[in-house]
Design a binder for this molecule. Sequence first.
Ligand SMILES: C[S@@+](CC[C@H](N)C(=O)[O-])C[C@H]1O[C@@H](n2cnc3c(N)ncnc32)[C@H](O)[C@@H]1O
Length: 236
Amino acid sequence: MSQLYENPKYYEIAFSFRDIPAEVDVFEECFKHFSRIPVKSVLELGCGNSPHMEALIKRGYQYNGLDLSKAMLEYSRQKAMQINAKVNLIHGNMVDFSLKEPVDFVFVALGSLYVKSTPELITHFNSVSRTLKRGGLYLLDWCIQFNLASGGGETWEIKRDEIHVKTTVSCRTINPVEQTVEETIIIEVNDNGKCQTIIGKDIKRDIYPQEFLCFISAFKDFEFVGWWNNWNLKNN
Ligand SMILES: C[S@@+](CC[C@H](N)C(=O)[O-])C[C@H]1O[C@@H](n2cnc3c(N)ncnc32)[C@H](O)[C@@H]1O
C-alpha cells in the first residue's frame, strides 16, 4: 500500500483543487440522461478520503465507499460522523469485490482504477457487473489514457490553514507490451513548520481509448454510452 494513503489529511489538501459540487452536478446530469434506473445508492471504488461523500449525502444519495487503505477509510468514517451521516465504508480490493446489496451507480474518481494487468481488468469489470443493478451507470473519471506520453510531471502547491503541501505527479513506463506504468506522487508537507516528504508509488495498467471500446463491446453486461472532457457533457 502506497505511503501516501497512510496520510489522508495531507492527501486531501494535495487534491483539493477540484470543484466537487460541480462534479456531483455532472453525476446527476449523467443519471438523468443515461441511467435506466432511478439512482438512490452510489458506490465509489478507491474512495480514499471520499471527497464526493458529503455532497452526495446532502443530495439524498446513500453512499458506499470501498478502499484498500484502512487509514483512508477511517478518515472518511470520521468525516461521515461529523455530519451525522450513515455510510457504508468497506475495506476491500477494487480488483475483486462484492457487496451485500447491489447499488444504482458506481464511480471511480481521479484516475483511481488500480488494476495491474488485463486479467485484473476483466475481474474488476466482472465485480462491477455483480455490484451494479441492471440499467445502472458506471462512471470512470480520468481512467482512460487519451494522452499517451509518459514521464513529464506536474507540480502544484496548496495551502490550507497553516499546512502547505507541494505535490508532484509523474509517470514512467514499466512494460510497454503489458502497458504497465509506475505512477509516483510526491507530497512535500510543511505542517506548522514540521516538514516531511511523502512518496506514493503505484503500478497501473494503462487503458487506451480504442482498446477500451473493444473491451466493453466484448462484455455482454456493459454498453458504452460516451466520454467527455473536463466534467462537461458538451465537451467530447
Ligand atoms: C488517488 S486516491 C483517490 C481518492 C478519492 N477517490 C479521490 O477522488 O480523491 C486512490 C485511492 O485508491 C485506493 N486504492 C489503491 N489501490 C486500490 C485497490 N486495489 N482497491 C481499492 N482501493 C485502492 C487508495 O488507497 C486511495 O485511497
